[in-house]
Ligand binder design. Structure first.
Ligand code: OOB
Length: 533
C-alpha cells in the first residue's frame, strides 16, 4: 500500500520527466551508485567512528532485514529521533530501502512534538536515542505504547555501549529489497509551521532525488568533498541542500558534529580537512568571532553555506576575510524550493541576495495581498511551484486550501523581491512564525499551549529583534491572576515542548490591541520593539 499524498498534475509530471528532473529512481540509488567504484570511500564519520559506503550499505540492509522480520513493510511509517550520529543515516537508508516512510524529528523536540507526529503519522516503529532525556528510562516509551496502538516497536539506541539498534545493523542478514516506486512518498519533512498543529510534508523519491542531485551540481561537490554537518541532520538544509545526501551522491565524506559551536567544530575542521559546511547566521557569527584567536587550521574550508534565516550584509562581508572561504547564501524550505547564490555570481549578488532557484522549472510569482503580480523588483508574497515543491501537507485538507493558490502554487509566507537575474531577496514575512536564528516557531502552537493555563485569558506571541539570533519571541499575556515568567516557563516545560519554543520574554498587559476587523494586532505589538536590538 502506498502512502497518500497530493500528486503533481499529470501534465507537469510529464514535463518534469521529459526534462530529466524526475529520473524514476529511488532515493536509495544515491548509495547504490557509490558501491561499484567507491565502496571503500568514507561515507560518514563522527569524532569516534567512520563508515565506508560499503558499510553504510551493509548496515542499512542488515537493519532493514531485521525490521522486515519484525513485520515492517512498504507503506508503513516510522518516527526517528536521533542526534547527529552515524546511526541516523543507517536508519534513514534502512527505512528507505524497506519502503517505510519516516519522519525524522529534531533532537531537541520534546514529548508534545513527538506525540503530535505519532498522532498524524500513526507510525509502526520508533527509532530513538537514550541520549534524549525522554528515553533515558522506559516511562515515556510505555506511555507511547499505551497511547498509540499503531506502535509495534520502539528501538532505543544508546550512544555508548551496545544497543538493540547496533545489534540489528551489525548482524549480517540477507535482505530481500522490495521494489520501490519512485513516485511514492520516501519520507516526511517537518514544516517550520505557522498554525496550531505541526504539519508533515510528504517528499517523494523523484522530487527529493532531483533536489539533491541538482544541488550537488550547483554546489560543485565531488569525491574529495569533506562536509561538516553541524546543524541537526534531519533538517532539509544539511540533509539535501546539498547536505549529507548531496555529499553521498558525489562520493564525498560527511563528518558529523554534535553542535555548530566553534569549540566543537574548529578541531573537526582541522582534523578532517573540512571543505564545505552549512550554518545558520547566529552560528556563523560565532565562527567569525572565534576565527581570529583560534589555534586551529581552518584553511581547508572552501565553501560556507549560510541559510535558514536572513544574513546581514555586514556579517556576510566578513566571511572571506576571516574564514578564508567562499560564502554561499541559501534560502530554502522543507516544503521544496531552494535558492542558492552561484559560484560565478558577482560579490554584490552573493552578499545581498539569497540566491536563485535550483531549477529552470521552479516557477516564482511575487504577488500583492490580492494575489496580483507586483511590478518587477517590488516586494510581495512569494508563491512557487516546481519539480520538487510539494503539493499538499499530509492529511491537512483545510490548511492546504489556503496554503496553495488555484494553480497549485505554494505560499511560503515570505515577502521577497526578485531581481531580473532571478535572484531573490527576502525582505520579511507574512506568516505567523518566529524565526529564532533559523529555528522556526509557529506562534499559534505556543499560544494554544499557554491558553491551556487556567489563569491565562489571552495571549499573542510575536518576534522581537535580537542582535545575535535575529529574532527572539515575546508573549504578550492577559492574565486573570498575577503570574510570573518563571511560572509560565515552568508550565510550558512541564507540558514538554521544545526549549526553543518557550518565549524569551513575557509581557503582562491589560488587553491586546485589535485591528479594525477585531483580530489581535500583532504589527502593533511588534512595533513596541522598534528601535531595539
Ligand atoms: C530552511 O527550511 P525551513 O523549512 O526550516 O524554513 C523555511 C523558512 C523560509 O520560508 C524562510 O522564512 C526562512 O525559513 N528562510 C530564510 C532563509 N532560508 C530560510 N529567510 C531568510 N533568508 C534565508 N536565507 O530554513 C532551509 C531549507 C533548506 C535550505 C536552507 C534553509
Amino acid at each position: 500500500m502506498s502512502i497518500e499524498y497530493t500528486p503533481w498534475p499529470e501534465d507537469l509530471a510529464a514535463h518534469y520527466r521529459a526534462q530529466g528532473y524526475w529520473q524514476d529512481k529511488p532515493l536509495t540509488s544515491i548509495l547504490y551508485e557509490q558501491l561499484a567504484h567507491n565502496g571503500q570511500g568514507i561515507a560518514v564519520a563522527d569524532a569516534n567512528r567512520q563508515l565506508s559506503y560499503q558499510q553504510l550499505d551493509d548496515y542499512s540492509s542488515n537493519l532493514a532485514a531485521q525490521l522486515a522480520s519484525q513485520g515492517l513493510q512498504s507503506g508503513d511509517t516510522a518516527l526517528v529521533q536521533l542526534p547527529n550520529c552515524v546511526e541516523f543515516y543507517i536508519s534513514y537508508f534502512a527505512l528507505l530501502k524497506l519502503g517505510v516512510a519516516p519522519v525524522c524529528a529534531l533532537f531537541n523536540h520534546q514529548r508534545t512534538e513527538l506525540q503530535s507526529y505519532c498522532e498524524i503519522l500513526q507510525p509502526k516503529l520508533l527509532i530513538v536515542s537514550s541520549a534524549q532525556a525522554l528515553f533515558a528510562d522506559e516511562s515515556f516509551t510505555h506511555e507511547l505504547y499505551n497511547r498509540f496502538a499503531c506502535i509495534s516497536h520502539i528501538m532505543v539506541d544508546h550512544s555508548k555501549g551496545n544497543s538493540e539498534l547496533k545489534q540489528a545493523y551489525l548482524q549480517t542478514r540477507t535482505f530481500n529489497a522490495p521494489k520501490l516506486n519512485p513516485e511514492d512518498v520516501a519520507f516526511f519533512q517537518l514544516s517550520g509551521g505557522s498554525t496550531g498543529t505541526p504539519k508533515l510534508i510528504p517528499r517523494t523519491h523523484n522530487d527529493y532525488l532531483y533536489s539533491v542531485v541538482a544541488s550537488r551540481d550547483i554546489c560543485q561537490l565531488h569525491g574529495d568533498t569533506r562536509y561538516l554537518c553541524a546543524l541537526p541532520a534531519p533538517h532539509n538544509f544539511p540533509l539535501s541542500s546539498p547536505g549529507a545526501l548531496g555529499v553521498f551522491a558525489a562520493g564525498g565524506s560527511v563528518i558529523l558534529a554534535s553542535d555548530p559551536s566553534p569549540s566543537h567544530c574548529f578541531p573537526l575542521i582541522e582534523r578532517f580537512a573540512i571543505t564545505h559546511t552549512a550554518l545558520v547566521p547566529p552560528a556563523l557569527q560565532l565562527w567569525l568571532q572565534h576565527a581570529q584567536q583560534s589555534q586551529h587550521d581552518l584553511s581547508s574550508l572552501a565553501l560556507i553555506q549560510v541559510g535558514g534565516a536572513k544574513l546581514s550584509r555586514t556579517v556576510a562581508e566578513q566571511v572571506r576575510p576571516l574564514l578564508g572561504a567562499q560564502l554561499q547564501q541559501v534560502f530554502g524550505m522543507a516544503e521544496g524550493l531552494v535558492n542558492y547564490t552561484r559560484h560565478d555570481d558577482d560579490d554584490e549578488l552573493v552578499l545581498t541576495t539569497q540566491g536563485r532557484p535550483i531549477s529552470p522549472d521552479d516557477e516564482i510569482k511575487v504577488v500583492d495581498e490580492h494575489g496580483q503580480p507586483v511590478a518587477p523588483g517590488e516586494a510581495g508574497r512569494l508563491l512557487t511551484r516546481g519539480p520538487y515543491t510539494f503539493r499538499g501537507y499530509y492529511k491537512s485538507p483545510q490548511h492546504n486550501a489556503s496554503a496553495f493558490d488555484a494553480d497549485g502554487f505554494y505560499a511560503s509566507g515570505d515577502l521577497v523581491k526578485q531581481l531580473s537575474s532571478g535572484h531573490l531577496i527576502v525582505v520579511g514575512r507574512d506568516k505567523d512564525q518566529i524565526n529564532r536564528g533559523g529555528e522556526k516557531i509557529a506562534a499559534e502552537e505556543v499560544e494554544n499551549h499557554l491558553l491551556g493555563h487556567q489563569h491565562i485569558e489571552q495571549v499573542a506571541i510575536v518576534s522581537m529583534p535580537d542582535a545575535t539570533l535575529g529574532e527572539k519571541s515575546c508573549a504578550f499575556v492577559v492574565a486573570a491572576e498575577k503570574l510570573t515568567p518563571l511560572q509560565l516557563r515552568k508550565y510550558l516545560r512541564q507540558l514538554g515542548i521544545a526549549d526553543f519554543k518557550v518565549p524569551d520574554k513575557f509581557q503582562f498587559v491589560a488587553n491586546l490591541p485589535l485591528t479594525a476587523v477585531g483580530k489581535v494586532d500583532k504589527k502593533a505589538l511588534r512595533a513596541t520593539f522598534d528601535g531595539q536590538a
